[in-house]
Ligand binder design. Structure first.
Ligand code: C5P
Length: 226
């Protein structure tokens, strides 16, 4: 399975002055934990890290330190996640039929989850890992007043990995560019194009590391796995 890792963001919401994926968690850069999970997932054979060229020296030395055995390519990132995935798709080997996309910032996803998604995408065109939401979710207007409360039974929190048929995902990205759609995950492009996306049970610990509090949670979760 081909795996694209969007890793070209900044550290803005983290309050960091550099790519948050280079911040340390338990004595390793955040992205190292994501890469170790990908290396340990037997279904993954090729890894494309989509990142900003000024970070490439750092990424290269992380890859060397981890002594990863899988084929790894560095691909130039874009100014949004959507653009970064687009660039990643263009860099896939031409014979790639299916792809998993997994945010570099989700460094707690287990090899089992990556393998489960690789297996499930063989039988469908699009899927995402997701978990049912525990909180009651409110839709809130600009003036800070609640507009409505969606039925919690139908709400799931989207995670990555997300898996897709490569040809269809490329078509959906192209349509997104034509229509000016701005999305925060790839499943949203499939949905907008009217293509079915399935849910695969995700993991409660599969946090997207975004804030300093998430970093502390990640430290805790990783230490509890030792
Ligand atoms: O910012 P956020 O954590 O929501 O981004 C999700 C993932 O997308 C991260 O792994 C981040 O590195 C990546 N990203 C990217 N290119 C961008 C912005 C974000 O690859 N321009």
């Amino acid at each position: 399975m081909y795996l694209l890792i969007p890793a070209a963001g900044s550290g803005k919401r983290m309050g960091a002055d550099r790519n948050k994926l280079l911040l340390q968690i338990r004595s390793k850069p955040l992205i190292a934990w994501t890469l170790l999970a990908a290396e340990a997932a037997s279904s993954i054979s090729w890894i494309g890290i989509v990142s900003q060229p000024p970070d490439w020296d750092d990424f290269k030395s992380i890859i060397a330190d981890l002594r990863l055995k899988k084929t790894i390519e560095l691909i130039s990132g874009g100014s949004t996640r959507q653009e970064s995935v687009y660039n990643g798709l263009q860099a896939l080997p031409s014979h790639a039929k299916r792809v998993l996309i997994h945010d570099g910032a989700r460094c707690l996803a287990t090899p089992n989850l990556l393998n489960a998604c690789s297996e499930a995408i063989i039988d469908c065109f699009g899927l995402i890992a997701a978990v049912p939401v525990k909180d009651t979710i409110k839709v809130v207007k600009d003036n800070g007043v609640i507009k409505n409360t969606p039925d919690r039974q139908q709400l799931w929190a989207a995670q990555t990995p997300q898996g897709f048929d490569v040809k269809l995902l490329k078509q959906c990205h192209d349509e997104g560019i034509r229509q000016g759609w701005e999305v925060t995950d790839d499943a949203a492009l499939f949905e907008k194009c009217g293509i079915e996306v399935r849910i695969v049970p995700g993991e409660e610990t599969n946090l997207k590391i975004t804030t300093p509090q998430d970093l502390a949670m990640a430290e805790f979760i990783l230490s509890s796995r030792e």
